[in-house]
Design a protein around this ligand. Structure first.
Ligand SMILES: Nc1ncnc2c1ncn2[C@@H]1O[C@H](COP(=O)(O)OP(=O)(O)OP(=O)(O)O)[C@@H](O)[C@H]1O
Length: 239
């Protein structure tokens, strides 16, 4: 690209996730109190806040894992609240990726089968799914470990396998809930570098729930939640 091509108005990516007026109760607990969130295509966003503030509840509403009591979530041109439960499952399987704190790899499956699983559940044949799984494992520095069981991997390696599994279906959005919470700080940094490098190079939108400022430092933007409401970063730093 020449320097001239940089001249002109800044290119602003379109909104990919729009949530409006999200309210959610868990029993007596008012976990979300009218949350509005807009996340743009390719953005890396950290959702931060104290324990119990509603971060995971927000992530689960955005990803269609749970439905809000009121309010709407749109991803791309799909209004999640309009989908039936089966349609939401299929949408999650084919359009979204997930990474959790402890990886949640299936212990009886090898690394390659764990990564291939979302594709196979979506109807891809095993041989073809394994080709893509191998390519992601190699990209994440795990070539040669395809046949290992999760118990034969280090914590950082297992979390990379979980990243590969989250990315294998080329999701529009990768949701990560405390993705480095079970790792030591050096391994956590390496996993975050890998995660954000891959997200940037593939233009994958990344939503990370974390209470760790070192993890949030890898994001483009932070959304702070306190007592179920979004607060501004300036307000948060004053609290
Ligand atoms: N399934 C549930 N049943 C009852 N209460 C729940 C349930 N899930 C969450 N809560 C409550 O809702 C509130 C928000 O929980 P949430 O898990 O979203 O917070 P969080 O910010 O992700 O917390 P943490 O950082 O500790 O994981 C908390 O008070 C929690 O106890």
């Amino acid at each position: 690209m020449t320097q001239l091509e940089h001249i002109g108005p800044p290119r602003v990516a379109p909104a990919l996730i729009t949530a409006r007026g999200l309210e959610k109760h868990h029993g007596q607990t008012h976990a979300l109190r009218g949350v509005d969130v807009t996340i743009r295509q390719g953005e890396i966003v950290a959702v931060m806040g104290p324990s119990g503030s509603g971060k995971s509840t927000l992530l689960h509403c955005l990803a269609g894992v749970i439905t809000p009591d009121t309010g709407e979530v749109t991803i791309g041109d799909t209004r999640i609240s309009d989908l039936s439960e089966d349609q939401r499952s299929l949408f999650r399987l084919t359009r979204l990726g997930f990474v959790f704190q402890f990886g949640q790899l299936l212990p009886e499956l090898s690394a390659e089968d764990n990564v291939a699983l979302p594709l196979m559940l979506g109807g891809t044949r095993r041989a073809r799914a394994l080709v893509q799984a191998h390519s992601w494992l190699e990209r994440l520095g795990l070539a040669g470990m395809e046949r290992r069981l999760p118990s034969e991997l280090s914590g950082g390696q297992a979390q990379r396998v979980a990243l590969a599994r989250g990315l294998v279906n080329a999701p529009a959005v990768l949701f990560a809930d405390e993705p480095t919470g079970s790792l030591d700080s050096l391994t956590a940094e390496r996993v975050m570098e890998t995660l954000t490098d891959v997200a940037r190079s593939t233009r994958t939108t990344l939503v990370i729930v974390t209470h760790d400022a070192r993890v949030a430092a890898y994001s483009d933007r932070e959304i702070f939640i306190r007592d179920g409401s979004v607060t501004s970063p300036a307000l948060e730093s004053a609290v």
